[in-house]
Design a binder for this molecule. Sequence first.
Ligand SMILES: C[S@@+](CC[C@H](N)C(=O)[O-])C[C@H]1O[C@@H](n2cnc3c(N)ncnc32)[C@H](O)[C@@H]1O
Length: 560
Amino acid sequence: MAEDDPHHLNIMYNWFKYSVSKVPPHVLHEQEERKWNIEYKEPYGRCTIAVRDIKEGEVIFVDHPVVTGPKQNSTIMCLGCYRRIESWDEYRCSKCGWPLCSAKCEKMGYHPMECQFYADSGYIPCASDFTEDQYVYEATLSLRCFCLSIYEPDKWKTLMAMESHNDPRRGTELWEREEANVVNFLKEKVKVSADPELLHTITGILDVNCHEVRSTLPGTKDEYRVRGVYPLCAMMSHFCSNNTHHTLMDDMTMVVMASRPIKKGEQITATYTHILSATTERRKHLKFGKFFDCVCDRCKDPTELGTYFGALRCSQPGCGGNVLCTDPVCITNDAPWKCDRCRHQIPAETVERLNKIVYYELRQHEEGDIAALENIFKKYQFVFHPQHFHLIGVKHTLSQVYGRVSGYLLPQLTEAQMQRKIECCQDLLKVLDVIDPGISRLRGLTLYELHAPLLLKANKAFQSTNITKSEFLEKLREAEGYLRRTVYCLQYEPVSAFEGEICKISRNSLKELLSWIEVVKGLPSEHFLPECVDLLPPTAASLTEEDLTLESLLKKLEEQ
Ligand SMILES: C[S@@+](CC[C@H](N)C(=O)[O-])C[C@H]1O[C@@H](n2cnc3c(N)ncnc32)[C@H](O)[C@@H]1O
C-alpha cells in the first residue's frame, strides 16, 4: 500500500472521475462538485460520507462496472450478451468452442478476454452432464477479473484496491467451495498460471463487493441476471435501514440517489441483504457472505425500530405482551427471548425452530396459491406480532397475487378480497415507512397495487349510486395520491424493466384519473347519494376489467 494513501482512496476517486466522464450530462455533470468523500472508519473500513446535506431523490453518483459476468449456479448462457441458451449446439464460438448466440457475440462484452484462455486450454464444459460442470460459469467471472491484469491494467488496479477478506474467509465453507470450483478449475483445467492466493483474492473481492445486475436484452423483454463489480457502490457501508436507492440503466450504468434526506457528515449507505428479513437472518447472511457483524440501529433494537418485525406474541394466558430477543447483536445468536410484560422467557433455539417451520410451510405451496397463503396466515396470526416478518411476507405476496392470478383477477374479487388486498398493501407500507422510507421500488410497486382496488371499489359504489359526491371525490383523490407516489418512486427505473413499465402505466392511469376527477366534479347531484345519508353497503355487482377505465365509466354515465 502506498504510504500516503494506505486505503487506496485516490484509486476510488479516479474511478469516480472515469465514471462521471462516461455518463450523459443530464444524469450528472462532470463539473458538479462531489457530494461525498470516502473515509476510513472503524469498524466499517472505507465508507462514503456526505460532505453536504443531500436532498431526497438527488443523484449522488453514477458508477460503471469494472467487470460483469455470470453468477453462481448460472444456467448455460451466452458469454457475449448473457442470453439464456437452451441448447449446447445453438452456436459455438469459432475460437474456444463455448456456446454463444451467434458470431456477433464472439466479440461482445468481456468474452474476447477469456476466449483465448479457453481456446488455448481446449476446455469446453461437458454438454452431456452440465450439472457436473455448473460452476464453470461462476469461474468465468473470476477468469475475466484475472484477464483485466493483462488487458486493462487501470481496471485491474481498481479491482485489486477492493476488500477480499482473505483472512476471515480462509478455511471457511465458502473458501473450500471456491477452492474446488474456481481456483482448482482455473489452475488445472484452464491452465491459468496465477498464484492460487491471487485467485482466492479475486473470488473474495467478488463475494464481498458484487452487485446483482438485472437487466433486459436490448430490443427484447428477455431478462438476464449476472454479477457486476461497481467500485463506488461497493464503498457504501451496509445499514439494515439504508439511505440510498440504486437504479440500473440499460447500459449497466448504476445511478445511486438519496432515498431520503441525508445530512452532512452522515454515512451514505446501501443494504447488502433483504430488507424484509429479520435481524437474525440478516446478521447471519452478512456474517457468512460479507464477514462482519452488523450492529446498526435496526439490528441493536429488539423491536427493529418499533416495527416488532421479529416479535412473537406472548403465549402466557391473558398476557398479550410481545416476546423479544434480549440481545439481538449477540455474536453467538443464542440470547434468550423474553416477554416485555410478564418476562416469560423462551430459548433462542425455539424461536429459530418455529421460524424454520414457517419457512418450510411457505415453501410447500405453489406460487400464487392464495388459499394456502391465507391458511398459513390464519394459523400463525396469533403466534406472531401482526408486523412479524413472516406475516408481513405473506401479506407482501398476497398484495401482489390478489388481482393478478387466475380466479382472483381484479374484476373477479369479492368485496372482502378487495379489502384484503388493500389491507395487505397498507400493512406492508406501514413497515416500509420505518425500515425503508422514501424512494423505494417496493414502496412504488405496493402503492400501485393499493390504488387499483381502491379505485375499483369507489367506482363500483358510484355506479350503484351508493356514495356521496364528496366521498367519491375523496376516494378518487386518495387513489390519485397513491398513483403520484408510485410514479415518484419508480420514475428512475428503466422502461425496459418491470418497474419502469409499471411507472409508465401509472403515468397514463394518473392522466385518466385526473380527467375523471374533473368530470365527477361537474356531475349533478342525482348521480350520488345525498350528502346526509350514510353510505349503504355496496352491492356485489359483477365487474369487468372495463370498470376501471374512464371510457367505460363515462359510457355508463351517459346511458343512465
Ligand atoms: C462492499 S465492502 C464496503 C467497503 C469496505 N469498507 C472497504 O473498505 O472496501 C463490504 C465490507 O465493508 C465492511 N462493512 C460494510 N458495512 C459494514 C457495517 N455496517 N459494519 C461493519 N463493517 C461493514 C465489511 O468489512 C464488509 O465486508
